[in-house]
Write a new protein. Structure first.
Length: 374
């Protein structure tokens, strides 16, 4: 949470902490030189920080590996900090945006909706504007004289309409399946984006099991060097008590990703056994869970690998060339939900500017009231 905690942590050895003191004196890299996050971290902060802080952090955010993540596209702020201030630590102390970072982090709260985040999606797709456009087959987008012509089939019925603008937030691999004369030139580039498989394994206990540690945090992330069959585990009921019975515990463990993709494809029984063994070793849990659920994502999180910055530039040129086409979603700039929301607002402003329509004149979605759980 801050510099004091950094020096007190037992995640790093004394040698690694002494190496951190040298960071302000490390020469900055040439502008435009492509680096992976691993190369940047080792160069500026040392190998131990890479192995025991950055590596598990990237596993938790991207389900990826820092030696394949492109620094410029995934963590542009780090590039800016080095180029402007010459040092990460100098930037943290001098940057106006960073002076209050510690206080903001301590006051920032996580939240969800009482029925889960899918409540938001169900609310949006339940409106009249969306009901006719779910589960579309053979979606086709063509240029027309006054914009774009869109047609397809849903529930056995065909539909067709004209649009002044098209805003797409589909996954990278889905562009290959779009028909028409608009997206073929860019779909091949999107096909190169890697989406590793990921399995989420939920262990629920009606009564909290006996453990050798207190679940008083967010959870834990696993460094790759530990050779464990999981990326990390979230202590869901500690974060949001309403997701488990009173006195109960819910653990959400994620397996696979770029680090161990083959594990995400194991059978349910094998996955559960791997997770149970790891949680027994790490947390001391011997109890059999009352709830076991496994969710699989064959294509989970887009990996911003080397060359992704070029894809972002290609998208910008594509939008400039095709007036009225706007591309978003987590494959472009930022994979997190907050990033997607922020970019959706920015893209909405761009679309309104293109249509010469004030933001307030856009049709507003009527969302039912729901409870926010902090």
């Amino acid at each position: 949470m801050g510099f004091k905690d950094l020096w007190k942590t037992n995640l790093l050895s004394g040698k690694a902490k002494r190496r951190l003191i040298k960071e302000p004196f490390v020469e900055k890299n040439d502008v435009g030189l492509t680096e992976t996050l691993a190369e940047f971290t080792e160069r500026r902060l040392g190998s131990e920080v890479l192995d025991y802080i950055v590596n598990p952090f990237v596993a938790g955010i991207y389900a990826g590996k820092p030696d394949t993540i492109e620094l410029k596209s995934a963590f542009p702020r780090l590039v800016e900090m080095e180029q402007v201030y010459g040092s990460i630590f100098k930037a943290m102390m001098k940057s106006p945006k960073s002076q209050a970072t510690e206080g903001r982090m301590k006051s920032r709260q996580m939240f969800t909706l009482s029925g889960g985040l899918e409540t938001l999606i169900r609310s949006i797709t339940g409106t009249a504007a969306f009901e006719k456009l779910l589960n579309v087959d053979r979606l086709s987008i063509h240029r027309s004289v006054d914009g774009y012509r869109i047609n397809g089939m849903t529930e056995g019925e065909t539909f067709e309409f004209n649009a002044d603008a098209v805003y797409s937030t589909i996954p990278a691999y889905a562009y290959y399946h779009l028909q028409g004369d608009v997206f073929p030139e860019i779909s091949d580039h999107f096909q190169r984006v890697n989406y590793p498989p990921l399995a989420m394994v939920y262990f629920g206990f009606n009564k909290s099991p006996v453990m050798k540690t207190k679940l008083d945090g967010f959870g834990f992330l696993v460094p790759e060097r530990e050779n464990l069959p999981l990326l990390g585990s979230l202590w869901s009921s500690t974060i949001f008590p309403h997701v488990a019975p009173e006195g109960g515990t819910l653990l959400t463990t994620f397996v696979g990703g770029s680090r161990q993709p083959e594990l995400a494809e194991l059978s349910d029984i094998a996955l559960a056994e791997h997770v149970a063994k790891a949680l027994k070793e790490l947390l001391g849990i011997n109890s059999v869970p009352d709830l076991l659920k496994i969710c699989r994502w064959d294509r989970s999180i887009p990996q911003y690998q080397l060359g992704h910055a070029e894809l972002q530039e290609l998208v910008s040129r594509f939008e400039s060339k095709n007036a009225g086409i706007f591309l978003g979603g987590n494959v472009i700039k930022g994979i997190s939900v907050p990033d997607c929301i922020k970019n959706a607002y920015l893209n909405t402003e761009r679309i309104c500017s293109f249509l010469n329509a004030p933001l307030g004149e856009l049709n507003q979605l009527s969302l039912p009231k729901t409870t926010i759980e902090h």
